[in-house]
Design a protein around this ligand. Sequence first.
Ligand SMILES: N[C@@H](CCC(=O)N[C@@H](CS)C(=O)NCC(=O)O)C(=O)O
Length: 375
Amino acid sequence: MKPPYTLYGWHLSYFTGKVRCYLLHKGIAFTDQPVNMFTLLSTIKRQTGAVVMPVLRTPQGAWVQDSSVIIDQLEAAHPQRPVIPTSPVPRFAAYLLEAWCDEWWVPIAMHTRWTYPENYALFEREAGRHLLPGFPGPLQRRAVAYIAANLRAKLHTVGVRPEQFATMDRWTTDMLDHLDAHFAQQPYLLGAQPTLADFSLAGPMVAHLGRDPWPARELVAPRRHLRAWIERIAAPTPELELAHAVTAPLPATDALPDTLTPVFQAIFAEFVPLLEGINQQVSAALPKLPPGKALRRGLADVEVPMGAGRLRRSALPYTLWMAQRALDVYRAMPPAEQAQVQAWLSGLGGERLLALDIPRLRLQGLRVMPEPAAS
Ligand SMILES: N[C@@H](CCC(=O)N[C@@H](CS)C(=O)NCC(=O)O)C(=O)O
């Protein structure tokens, strides 16, 4: 019998990594379908409006785009092994970590891939085989060169700028040390079971840093607990999964591991200012937007703290949609649970997150547009 879901994507793709690891953990049968040039530029474009991966084709024949939307739909259809904690603080933290892993890590994952030429051989081999399967090598290499040129052209936009490399490198080694120290104590981000947060971190870690030769050797190999987590999340074994499922349910208490404190402190000091900067630009741009149109994918530059330095990158309105998604989880909680989240945020200096006044947004592929006012 044919597995009911098809995942269109590549193993080297950040957001495909997120969805793949999720599907594997859930035990949902799926076929991996590496996208070829035709599927990417024609079928996926026609079905979703964007040239993008991953895309999930459901048994009903629907084409679902966006890793968060895919996971929401699958989570609703497959309630076994839930990946969303029920307890309020871990629940909110899982969505916040999702937003951070999906958005904040992109410049790091792009820098560690594209700044080091030794990574290109693997990219060329894999992408070439997928883009034009069965075609002669020189043609495959030309197709990859075209895709690679498009990706390189986006590096500056996302913040991969040589003058920022020292800041980015310092930030990365510090953050990887924090994660390594965390995984020395805990099997997964929020404790004993993988959650949405882990699959989101799999985007940068499994698809980029853990498999591109330069970062895998220089950044991941020396951190054995992080490396072990990458192996667990990328290839869950039934024994491992069973052991965790039996001995440890999803966090039922509100306590988060202390080893995550430096991660949340960085989120509040760096990612929240990024959200505020994007929000300013989006709020200024929306009144000028013709009705029914989406905002440009990238707006002007925004500059925010990154560790001891600063990072400049283009403001992506999409990032705000991810923040809105986390804030919606908070808003849907009863007041007593909201109070618990507020207390947790205040304890870590994160209250400003709740003060973000984001105009209501909805997705259109990789862009966002204002949600029409409810009548
Ligand atoms: N928010 C989307 C992002 C998807 C995305 O950016 N995918 C990358 C590959 S990992 C891509 O196809 N990018 C094409 C582009 O940026 O134009 C998701 O969560 O699925």
